[in-house]
Design a protein around this ligand. Structure first.
Ligand SMILES: [Zn+2]
Length: 108
């Protein structure tokens, strides 16, 4: 399973009206970070407006989808208050998130 995690593709916002399936590589958690395995992701109105290039709040290249749920997949060094497999629903408006090494949007 770990090997499969290293081969990851993502749908990347490349510009107004353009989404591409790209190899996005792996994200390993740094010290004090956790890696989340996304199990479900919603597309909200802000994502749609960003995709259309209306708001200017989505800057390519970007993996969209800031409303998601999943589980803790990997622990970074020094993390002891989380456990692998723990369900997680982030409150993205209050957190910065890296998705496959690229910033994802942090506000609705
Ligand atoms: Zn949203």
């Amino acid at each position: 399973m770990e090997g499969k995690d290293r081969e990851m593709k993502g749908i990347v916002y490349e510009g107004p009206n353009i989404l591409g399936l790209q190899e996005v590589g792996d994200v390993s958690p740094g010290p004090g970070e956790v890696k989340l395995r996304v199990r479900a992701c919603g597309i909200c109105g802000s994502d749609v407006h960003g995709y259309l290039g209306i708001t200017g709040r989505r800057l390519p290249p970007m993996i969209m989808g800031h409303e998601f749920a999943g589980e803790v997949a990997e622990l970074g060094q020094g993390v002891d208050q989380w456990k692998k497999g723990l369900p997680y629903i982030p409150w993205i408006s209050a957190a910065a998130v890296k998705c496959a090494g690229r910033a994802t949007s942090i506000s609705a």
